[in-house]
Design a protein. Structure first.
Length: 76
């Protein structure tokens, strides 16, 4: 069975460069349509159920505002 994961993005730290959106091999992330407190449109996990915990988004984030967790069993 494929790995399942969970992506957590700190909306206030995200500057909206979208490197993580481009890096995701299964297209989990997209730009948000709601701005954060600075007026920036951060990334968010639109298709969270597709996450495979590869960590590509985490690795490319220049502001270290992404955490990736590998889930076990029926966690979501």
């Amino acid at each position: 069975m494929a790995k399942r994961g969970k992506v957590v993005i700190d909306r206030e730290m995200c500057k909206g460069c979208y490197l993580c959106v481009r890096a995701c091999p299964v297209k989990v992330l997209e730009p948000d349509t709601n701005p954060n407190s600075t007026g920036t449109y951060p990334s968010f996990a639109k298709y969270a159920e597709k996450c495979i915990a590869c960590g590509s988004c985490y690795q490319v984030c220049p502001d270290v505002c992404i955490e990736v967790y590998e889930l076990e069993g029926d966690e979501a």
